[in-house]
Ligand binder design. Structure first.
Ligand code: FAD
Ligand code: DHB
Length: 391
């Protein structure tokens, strides 16, 4: 089989890229390791930046998002038992965020793909990329025991942090920048209405907690835990008790409890692989970079990457010019590093660190006090949270 762009991975990056390329009249083949059901049911991100939402709507895949997405104009920072609202819309000239589960976004894009009749392979085994430095890099894989080979003009690595595309680049051609954190997040999905209309990022001496939501009947909650902790150590009662302690306010705020339908522990990491291109292999999303989840940025950054990649490929096929392709890594990385900075900053401001001393604790509270009392500081948080503009 021959195509213009071979896409490895059918997560947000891969499916949005396939959609944008189709709109630009560029052929692609998508190859995904997992089943369609698995990719759509995985509980991951929930917060869309204004630009991610707009891209879905402007490119014709936003109908369900417009119907079911929940628009938020602000968020809450909670510390010292006190509630502080950041008015995102007021601080950003009217921008907002939208709560819409990642699985639903992937479903919308996958439905659009399938409607085009263009090839997409799920449950592919032994996926490998070959001849990367030739004019026809190739993806080989098996489906139901049958071998497939796709010869491409370009390959897009959209296969997440544990995928194969980044590791198919010679180690000497990549520089890795990395930071691990001495904590993880325990996340739950509970069948109970959200206890607040907006997200709550909560600093507490027992550790960070986050209140989010998926639908008017489903609450998503996270709490900081030990990175080596086992989910078996967290029976439901312990989770609710810990969440209640951390979210407690001086005015007796109540957290709604209900059956926990999903729980898991997510490690925290900052990671960047540079450059995001090797010959005719272009990387996007989590396979090139990971941010700690505190700024709700991972999915949005993956979408920002493929927006640029699609424009660069469209320019190449329209005019034969390599200019945007040659700038792809550099342009993407400018945004990647700003988002790394923001995610690291939010994480550092809100979590307890094992070796912090009383100076660190006072400084952290002063930072929260500053962000919630200075319009300039709140505006900086808000413009990053709703999503930095595209150049
Ligand atoms: P992925 O979603 O990882 O998709 C990669 C795809 O490639 C997968 O479907 C995988 O099965 C496939 N694949 C892997 N290996 C192969 C292979 N060898 N061959 C073929 N296919 C392969 N981000 C936000 O923006 N906002 C949030 O609120 C947020 N919350 C999060 C909460 C949690 C608990 C977690 C874990 C993440 C969160 N994120 C959030 C991050 C976000 O989910 C990721 O950044 C996003 O999924 C990245 O998209 P991607 O397409 O690059 O990678
Ligand atoms: C969610 C995840 C995040 O990482 C975050 O910062 C906010 C919300 C969520 O899953 O809803």
């Amino acid at each position: 089989m021959r195509t213009q762009v071979g896409i490895v991975g059918a997560g947000p990056a891969g499916m949005m890229l396939a959609h944008l390329l189709h709109r630009a009249g560029i052929d692609s083949v998508v190859v995904e390791l997992r089943s369609r059901h698995y990719v759509q049911e995985r509980v991951r991100a929930g917060v869309l930046e204004q630009g991610t939402r707009d891209l879905m709507v402007e490119t014709g895949v936003g109908a369900r998002l417009q119907r079911d997405g929940i628009t938020h104009h602000g968020l809450e920072l909670r510390f010292g038992g006190q509630v502080h609202r950041i008015d995102l819309s007021d601080l950003t000239g009217g921008k907002s965020i939208t709560i819409y589960p990642q699985g639903e976004l992937v479903k919308d894009l996958t439905d659009a793909r399938i409607a085009t009749g263009a090839p997409i392979y799920f449950a592919a085994e032994d996926v490998g990329t070959h001849e990367l430095d030739s004019d026809a890099p190739t993806i080989r894989f098996l489906v139901d025991g049958q071998e497939h080979q796709v010869r491409c003009d370009f390959i897009a690595g959209c296969d997440g942090f544990h995928g194969i595309t980044r590791s198919s680049i010679p180690a000497s051609a990549l520089t890795i920048f990395e930071r691990t954190y001495p904590f993880a997040w325990l996340g739950i999905l509970a069948e109970t209405p959200p206890s607040s209309e907006e997200l709550i990022y909560c600093h507490h001496e027992r550790g960070f907690a986050l209140h989010s939501m998926r639908t008017p009947k489903l609450t998503r909650l996270y709490l900081q835990c030990d990175p080596d902790d086992d989910i078996g150590n967290w029976p439901d009662d312990r989770i609710w008790s810990e969440l209640n302690s951390r979210f407690a306010t001086d005015d007796g705020w109540k957290l709604n409890c209900g059956p926990i339908v999903q729980k898991g522990i997510t490690p925290m990491r900052s990671f960047v692989a540079e450059p995001m291109r090797f010959e005719r292999l272009l990387l996007a999303g989590d396979c090139a970079h990971i941010v700690p989840p505190t700024g709700a940025k991972g999915l949005n950054l993956a979408i920002a990457d493929v927006r640029l990649m699609a424009s660069a490929l469209a320019e190449f096929y329209k005019s034969g010019s390599h200019d945007l392709l040659d700038l792809y890594s550099q342009t993407s990385l400018r945004r990647v590093w700003k988002v790394q900075r923001f995610s690291w900053w939010m994480t550092s401001m809100l979590h307890r660190f094992p070796h912090e001393n009383s100076f660190d604790q006072r400084r952290q509270i002063a930072e929260l006090d500053y962000v919630t009392s200075s319009r300039a500081a709140a505006q900086s948080l808000a413009e990053n949270y709703v999503g930095l503009p595209f150049d």
